[in-house]
Design a protein. Sequence first.
Length: 245
Amino acid sequence: MSSSNIDTPCRDDGITTADLAQRNGSRAYAAEFIGAFALVFAGCGAIAIGKLPNTGVALAFGLVIAVMIYALGHVSGAHFNPAVSVGFAIGRHFPWTMVLTYAAFQIAGAVAGALALRVILGQGAALGVTAPTGTDLQSFAMEAILTFFLMLVITAVATDCRAVGEAAAVAIGGAVALGALVGGPVSGASMNPARSLGPALVSGDLSHIWVYLAGPLLGSVVAAIVYRWLRMGQAESLPATGEGR
């Protein structure tokens, strides 16, 4: 699905994220479902089991993202997050026509992951529902800022040839874990509308859900716009002889 509306990514074969998703079709959607399922099952499962400290929970979220990117990135682009899909569309790395479908499968995977935890751990188990420890506004600001930095990292390592992309999964997983360490005590550090919607829907607790929809979406959109500006500025300053990466 190469077109003038989609920027060419940093790939030797010239395949865009849109090409990847369209070429794999239903397999790309299944990969998004599986990745979101794994995120909720492993990350929220670490919370639900209740045996890990905050650092362990943060590590669980970061590791599952890194592992799933390595496993499924070549199938769907490994968004696993509606905010990431929207951010890629804003940055012209993904078509708007596919955003809703990706988001639907991401949310379905998150709901399935939460349902699996409910079946395994029972009705009394907490499912890692995100909720503010302070005000909704504080958590909204935290989610927006954390997602801004997460999307900035994702955009850099996944789309810019000048970034070190060989260990993209490690960088992105590290950004998730770092966000969880910093923002977990304030907002739960969701950074992902699907991750919050899955447990909330299964638990029947949607009381603060707007925070975890609007905050990550805002942060991702701003990050995509900012990085596009940074990238354009750097491109203009590169040597014409091609000495830059």
